[in-house]
Design a protein around this ligand. Structure first.
Ligand code: PNS
Length: 172
């Protein structure tokens, strides 16, 4: 039989890394899906993101994620900086979970997965697709639409809607 170089990740702990500025229903959908196929899922917020000035601080993002995932017993929230592969190793995680919404996500995700494999061949990347209704949702669009007065309440969790209102000085 042909020998495969795939890693055995059964019974695994996985990391779902990202910027989460802010958390969207698409992220949450993926977290729920991921939590059903791995034993433990650590949602990890990158602290030193190069994406420019964030809307929410890391502690704010962390709190929103904790609130939104409170009912998921095998999901925890953490923060990290430096290389994802180092953080995954420090957590004893064998896999990274990432979402792919459309073909446009593919190239960036492919490059990242291959680079992570180069850096740590033991770490597998798992891709999952969010529900179809969230395929166009991104944190960047949410921020832009909200800042221009658009309604994003069906696209982010209720606690994120509240925080967005507070940020814009519009919190009731
Ligand atoms: O969903 P995002 O915001 O695009 O997440 C990007 C993230 C955090 C997954 C990525 O930037 C990352 O893993 N950064 C850590 C630095 C790293 O490990 N770089 C080498 C892999 S390309």
């Amino acid at each position: 039989m042909q020998e495969t170089k795939a890693n055995d990740i059964r019974g695994t702990k996985a990391i779902y890394p990202g910027t989460f500025d802010p958390l969207t229903n698409g992220h949450l959908d993926l977290i729920a899906r991921g939590a059903k196929i791995v034993d433990e899922l650590v949602v990890a917020i990158l602290r030193n993101s190069e994406k420019g000035a964030p809307l929410f601080t890391v502690p704010e993002r962390e709190q929103m994620l904790r609130e939104a995932t409170a009912a998921m017993p095998n999901v925890s929230v953490a923060t990290f900086d430096g290389l994802l592969v180092d953080f995954a190793r420090s957590q004893g995680a064998k896999a990274v979970l990432r979402g792919i919404r459309a073909i446009s996500d593919y190239e960036y995700e492919f490059q990242m997965a291959m680079m992570n494999r180069k850096l740590d061949p033991q770490l597998e990347t798992l891709f999952m697709m969010p529900a179809e209704k969230y395929t166009y949702v991104s944190s960047r669009l949410i921020k832009g639409v909200f800042q221009l007065g658009g309604d994003v309440s069906s696209l982010v969790p209720p606690n994120v809607v509240e925080r967005l209102k507070q940020k814009s000085g519009n919190g009731e």
